[in-house]
Design a protein around this ligand. Structure first.
Ligand code: UDP
Length: 242
């Protein structure tokens, strides 16, 4: 299938319609933003890395029974996906304290957590993606009880699968963000209304620390000006392919 019309341009991806309304093409960009768009830049090659890595991971998750929007890779930066209605929630899983969790609760980055944490943010740039709880989500009718149960179940399954997968690549999964969508219509695998994993899983959306050196191998290199940004994205992609 081919790109028809650009429907949406986000911070890191563009979304195009195709001749079939049930399928979209996402095109990954090299643009990088941080701190809700306040810091802007380019990471050369990031579009290729994030497209390649996301597709490898979504394929692995599908094999483990987690439904995703992935259909097929079209080019180095472009992928055909199922069209879904994205739930306006960022689902964050934390295995180790870092980032906003460390700041908010005053725990040093790298502290092990007594329990894996699932957190929701309300996807809303104007409000700065505020932290939100289950009651808030139901009160605002952002999702139903059943949908929340499904999302929670998938999120922990995805965490188990990712942790194991990244460890085989010498990477420790500190935390990550995922997004889910609702299928518009049914197909061979899903019915209309089913919740499936959408968006991406990449160094932009995960914190990954090298198992041996503890080095940060993710977007924190860009956010915090740690240097070797491009090289690190390439290294992560190379490990994914091994
Ligand atoms: N994250 C993301 N998009 C966002 C916010 C967070 O992909 O808009 C990811 C981030 O890369 C990290 C995890 O979610 O892996 C937890 O991020 P955190 O809440 O600590 O926010 P940050 O420190 O990135 O502001």
């Amino acid at each position: 299938m081919e790109k028809k019309e650009m429907l949406y341009e986000g911070k890191a991806k563009k979304v195009y319609s195709t001749e079939d309304p049930n399928y979209l093409i996402v095109s990954y960009k090299d643009d990088a933003t941080a701190f809700n768009g306040q810091k802007k830049g380019q990471i050369t090659g990031k579009g290729i890395v994030n497209n390649t890595m996301s597709n490898i991971i979504f394929g692995m998750l599908e094999e483990r029974g987690i439904p995703t929007h992935f259909v097929e890779q079209i080019s180095e930066t472009d992928t055909l996906v199922r069209a879904v209605k994205i739930l306006p929630l960022e689902v964050i899983i934390r295995n180790v304290a870092a980032g906003s969790f460390s700041k908010r609760y005053g725990v040093p980055e790298g502290s092990e957590l007594a329990k894996t944490v699932l957190e929701f943010s309300y996807k809303n740039d104007e409000l700065g993606d505020p932290l939100i709880n289950d009651d808030h989500i139901l009160a605002l009718e952002l999702a139903t009880v059943e949908e929340l149960d499904t999302v929670r179940g998938y999120a922990f399954m995805i965490n188990d699968a990712l942790r194991e997968f990244f460890l085989t690549k010498g990477l420790k999964l500190i935390d990550f963000k995922i997004e889910f969508g609702k299928c518009l219509v049914g197909d061979d695998d899903d019915e209309a209304g089913d919740i499936i994993l959408a968006d991406e899983i990449s160094p932009d959306t995960c914190r990954l620390w090298d198992v041996k050196t503890g080095e940060k191998m993710d977007k924190d290199r860009f956010r915090r000006d740690l240097g070797n940004v491009e090289e690190t994205y390439q290294e992560v992609m190379a490990r994914m392919k091994k």
